[in-house]
Design a protein around this ligand. Sequence first.
Ligand SMILES: *Cc1c(COP(=O)(O)O)cnc(C)c1O
Length: 429
Amino acid sequence: MGARSKQLFEDARRYFPGGVNSPVRAYRAVGGEPFFVARAAGSHLIDADGKSYIDYVGSWGPMILGHAHPRVVAAIQKAAEAGTSYGAPTEAETRLAQLIQHAFPDLERMRFVSSGTEACMSALRVARGFTGRDAILKFEGCYHGHADSLLVKAGSGALTFGVPDSLGVPADLARHTVTVPFNDLEAVRDVLAARGREFAAIVVEPVAGNMGVIPPRPGFLEGLREITARAGALLIFDEVITGFRVALGGAQQLYGIRPDLTCLGKIVGGGLPVGVYGGRADIMGKVAPLGGVYQAGTLSGNPLAMAAGIETLTLLQAAGFYADLEAKSAGLAGALGAAAASARVPIQVNRVGSMLTGFFTSTPVTDYATAKTCDTRRYGEFFRGMLERGVSLAPSQFEAAFVSAAHSASDLDATAAAASEALAMLSRA
Ligand SMILES: *Cc1c(COP(=O)(O)O)cnc(C)c1O
């Protein structure tokens, strides 16, 4: 790590727990200390010491166009000149909603909030308010933000740092959250056969991204749709990562499933804080001021964030955008698999569109238990090897790498070359 980053991290530790404002930014799972970012452009981050990295973290998902896209930056600048927050409605909110609904036609009504956490927390409250039921079912290793009810067997940093069940969540609340393995339809059926009428909702990442990337088995999402409909429970798709990522219309478009409620975040704000929850008009009609489910936000629909979202979603509609991203991502996944094979390092590369994870295990990864078979020490070594070679991956085995439109053919070649070297070093170790 460069001297300047080292100093900045030391300073930051005097103010923030672990020196960071989100635990996933710490390097505890991979060893070493994080570099501090000075700026970013396109596919690259530049750290405080002037070192440049090809970035596959992409702010943990939002930066599908790459960093500091000139048109997004210009839109934010223009919006800022007209005022940064009003606490009153603007046309920009409706324009972004139109773009969202064009991609997600089942969001008949929606509400803007400021984060994915807020979107999931609010969707859950609406589901409970609408059904008059308390129980929810979620999947081990899926992450839906840090609301109390959802921090049970959670993924992302909660999984990385070994606290899937957070302290501070009242047991009385956690008992309403039932968890079963991802991709296990039989387990879902068993739970709902016994207690179906208690469940307000099943919430799922339709492609799991927070225990590393795990695609749904054929029939899994269809099964959830059928089981919830039969039990009178709502199906909530948490598409905070997958929305505008695996297709313009997210996983619900890719797999042709119609959830009752959808949560969006990350890409929808173009790198500014935006979350969205929405779905069936009759359900969303329960939200204040129309109905009795209360949810509000001082900065909701913030004009800068709306401007960034509008510009981003407009650019995503370009012809061939997702086909190009698919081709690049398939190339990268193939190169990683080939490099691992020639270094004789067992890796499972899981990929859906431009989100992918190379799991350091010889077991196919289909759920939390199989994800946990990974050699995380080896991943840490690989991570550090890549960082030395100027490639920034997530500092955890249990996260996705994100390919953006800004990654060039030479970026991808350089990444493949770095991976070959880093993996070859491992196999000799
Ligand atoms: C990131 C994420 C969230 C939480 O979003 P924040 O903006 O970090 O609060 C929720 N669900 C999923 C699937 C996510 O990946």
